[in-house]
Design a protein around this ligand. Structure first.
Ligand SMILES: NC(=O)c1ccc[n+]([C@@H]2O[C@H](COP(=O)([O-])OP(=O)(O)OC[C@H]3O[C@@H](n4cnc5c(N)ncnc54)[C@H](OP(=O)(O)O)[C@@H]3O)[C@@H](O)[C@H]2O)c1
Length: 269
């Protein structure tokens, strides 16, 4: 069943991330007639009313914060008076804790953190959800809206939420880097750059389609015949200090930055 957007709904900041969610909701035919995007540039967000400042009229029943984390201090004082006991506040901000958000919006009906990734636009996203408020109806409503965009797991604590953020929120950038490296490697072997890019992309898409049906380990096993060429390549990735160490270090760096952002945001409130 297509979920209903509570109206009025305000998307405060609607750039890359919130814009991708709107694109997903449009693709899923969610009724966006009660939704207003607020962004200083006024650049139209397709499918929703777009304005440059907070609108007057009825208090919003749903507010989604889609500004950069560093902008919270600028946005919260003007927004807080509109966020009352009827308003569900969803925050997309990386590294800003539920406690900090609650301090900024003390009257909100419920504060829910959502950590999405850009494939929500294709209805193939991952969005971690977390709330410290015991409001089953608000949780259900937000989950229904997010679940149309892809996977929507609830997290028991903020550490789990940050872990999903590091793996999935940032994930498309990491996967894209790997595919680009594969393409560049092909180029260095003499392939035409455009062809190398197309081959890497198609390999990514094809592997993703296979991964729906079988595990990553099985895919690798089926590609690599014993003593064959792939096995030699995998041995390089699997060696001590190879791909897994690199990925662990990559995630640790992202988590450390999240912790730093959270501390900075908490110190300001
Ligand atoms: N991008 C991702 O893949 C990703 C993944 C996970 C989480 N996130 C989170 O999503 C949030 C947004 O990131 P993003 O990549 O979408 O950034 P973005 O593209 O820069 O979008 C930020 C939006 O905030 C608006 N804005 C700036 N100042 C404002 C103000 N004073 N009042 C209202 N709106 C204001 C901007 O308006 P204009 O468009 O008019 O400039 C823009 O629409 C961040 O908190 C980030 O942690 C992003």
């Amino acid at each position: 069943m297509t979920p209903i957007f509570p109206a009025p709904a305000w998307l405060v900041g609607c750039g890359n991330m919130a814009g991708a969610m709107v694109a997903g909701w449009r693709a899923a035919k969610v009724d966006l007639s009660g939704v207003t995007a607020i962004r200083p540039s006024g650049t139209q967000v397709e499918g929703v009313t777009t304005v440059t400042a907070l609108p007057g009229g009825d208090a919003p029943r749903f507010v989604m914060l889609g500004v950069k984390p560093q902008k919270l201090d600028e946005v919260a004082p003007g927004l807080a008076p509109f966020v009352g006991g009827e308003t569900i506040l969803v925050s997309l901000l990386a590294g800003v804790s539920a406690a900090t958000l609650r301090a900024c919006f003390p009257e909100a009906r419920a504060v829910i953190r959502a950590m999405s990734n850009l494939p929500v636009a294709e209805l193939q996203g991952v969005t971690a959800l977390y709330s410290e408020d015991d409001d089953a109806e608000a949780r259900q409503l937000v989950e229904a809206l997010i679940a149309v965009l892809g996977l929507a797991p609830w997290c028991a604590d903020e550490a789990g939420f940050s872990a999903i953020g590091a793996v999935a929120g940032s994930g498309p950038a990491y996967v894209a880097r790997f595919a680009a490296a594969l393409a560049r490697g092909g180029e260095r072997l003499g392939l035409d750059p455009e062809l190398a890019r197309a081959i890497a992309t198609q390999t990514l898409v094809g592997t993703a389609a296979m991964a729906d049906q079988e595990s990553m380990a099985d895919i690798a096993r089926r590609v690599a015949s014993p003593n064959g060429t792939t096995e030699q390549g995998l041995a390089v990735l699997d060696a001590e200090g190879g791909l897994q160490s690199l990925v662990d270090a990559m995630l640790a760096a992202a988590i450390a930055r999240g912790t730093q952002l959270a501390a900075e945001a908490a110190a300001r409130h």
